[in-house]
Design a protein around this ligand. Structure first.
Ligand SMILES: Cc1cc2nc3c(=O)[nH]c(=O)nc-3n(C[C@H](O)[C@H](O)[C@H](O)COP(=O)(O)OP(=O)(O)OC[C@H]3O[C@@H](n4cnc5c(N)ncnc54)[C@H](O)[C@@H]3O)c2cc1C
Length: 409
């Protein structure tokens, strides 16, 4: 071991999203001497993924989403290797190998590699132009170019990404049909009442919605998408398709290691993986969530940032338990929505109570685990979200008679 590496810790981070970049920032603030390398297969420094829908709506410019310019990395002596894919990790030799054959040694490694969108595997889809995922800035630029000449769009998926695409297309005045395979939007989180409200909000702004409809085939003309047929035999003409059918977490480079991977990289509450000196943070982490006493995986910006901070503290020898309650806020057409903490898509067997005021466009559903508030979903009026986060954090048992009152606050 060289004198240099004996004294200066070498931190290697896979992924320059908000989890990886926040970890690097936290490390540098605490240790002026350490070596920090971030490996990233995209061509940009950290950009704001949650601003990408605004780029599609043309309410912000693509370049405005960059939130850490390259000069920031230089000023902080963080080596950012862009367009560099990590292909392999050797946890015995403590090295990371890149697609272009470089080998980087580490003392501590952070996996913050996020996820990649699931492809649309329908006959006729492969190679057809006009079908888009929505995950990266490059995806966004490609969709933006297509929307300039699109006459009608179909979106596929029952979750947030499909919603964001639907909302952006209709904002751009492109007639849009939204196909949801399940019985309603977020069907594992919101009940029929909530689904009815989302449907009303979508229809009020002119979106056509179909539920229980699954794509069966893509039709193309001269290589460009021309329509989608569903299993029930319906055909929807379109020249633009937006796909939001889930993410696969990026763990492929860990396959030869003993690092435990299930859906994501499994960690304890300190964000340590099953292998010493290897940590995981952000979307890719399947972390032990102290609020529910079970493993959890989140796809939210503030969870990823907070993971990055906690992982960095623990990589430096700290012992910080990750105990944040993440929440996701979004527009919901002309309204708003928030999903807070643990929801039934993550943890089965929670008790739920809900309230709908269809006329006022307000819906609230609360989830309880062992008598404690664990999560919530709000549509319309989301002002109460911080209060609910505090109640979740407090872990106070709420008697059945008191629970209904939370629907009214
Ligand atoms: C369109 C859109 C809208 C969203 N809106 C919201 C919202 O309103 N609110 C909210 O809370 N969340 C939202 N999210 C989710 C939020 O953006 C993510 O939860 C968050 O960005 C995850 O950060 P991360 O750092 O864990 O991973 P990522 O941001 O996914 O970063 C991981 C990076 O690692 C790179 N990488 C992966 N594998 C490798 C490898 N082998 N080698 C090198 N690099 C690799 C990836 O290319 C990527 O750049 C949205 C996401 C999208 C796509």
């Amino acid at each position: 071991m060289s004198v240099l590496s004996a004294g200066r810790k070498r931190y290697v981070i896979v992924g320059n999203g908000v989890a990886g970049t926040t970890a690097a920032e936290t490390l540098r603030k605490a240790d002026a001497e350490c070596q920090i390398t971030i490996l990233a297969d995209e061509p940009y420094p950290l950009y704001n993924r949650i601003a990408l829908p605004r780029v599609l709506k043309k309410t912000t410019l693509p370049e405005r989403t960059i939130i850490r310019q390259l000069g920031w990395h230089a000023d902080n002596r963080i080596d950012l290797l862009l367009e560099t894919t990590v292909t392999r990790v050797d946890t015995e030799a403590k090295t990371v190998t890149t697609g272009d054959g470089r080998e980087l040694p580490y003392d501590k490694l952070l996996i913050a590699s996020g996820g990649t969108p699931n492809p649309l595997r329908l006959p006729g889809a492969a190679g057809t132009r006009g079908i888009y995922h929505f995950q990266t800035l490059d995806d966004t630029k490609a969709i933006l170019a297509r929307t300039e000449r699109a006459k009608s769009a179909v979106t596929l998926g029952g979750s947030f990404i499909a919603y964001e695409l639907t909302e952006a297309f209709r904002h751009r005045n492109i007639p849009t049909t939204w196909l949801v395979r399940g019985p309603r939007f977020l069907h594992r989180i919101i009940d029929e009442d909530g689904g009815a409200l989302v449907d009303r909000l979508a229809r009020e702004v002119g979106v056509e919605t179909y539920y229980g409809e699954q794509g069966a085939e893509v039709q193309a003309e001269c290589g460009d998408v021309a329509g989608i047929t569903t299993h029930s035999g319906k055909r929807f003409s379109c020249d633009l398709v937006g796909v939001g059918i889930g993410l696969t977490l990026r763990t492929e480079f860990l396959k030869d290691t003993p690092v435990q991977v299930r859906t994501g990289v499994v960690t304890n509450e300190y964000l340590e993986t099953s292998v010493p000196e290897v940590y995981a943070a952000g979307d890719v982490a399947e972390f032990f969530d102290v609020h529910i006493g079970a493993h959890n995986q989140m796809g939210t910006w503030n969870n990823a940032a907070a993971h990055g901070r906690t992982a960095a503290v623990n990589m430096m020898g700290g012992r910080q338990v990750y105990g944040e309650v993440p929440f996701y806020t979004s527009t919901m057409f002309e309204s708003q929505m928030a999903a807070i903490g643990t929801t039934p898509d993550i943890r089965a067997g929670m008790e739920a109570i809900s309230r709908l005021d269809l006329g006022a466009h307000v819906y609230r559903r609360l989830f309880f685990l062992e008598g404690r508030l664990a999560g919530a979903v709000l549509i319309g009026d989301i002002r109460v979200r911080r209060q609910l986060v505090d109640i979740i954090k407090s872990r106070q048992v709420i008697e059945p008679g008191e629970r209904e009152k939370l629907l009214a606050v």
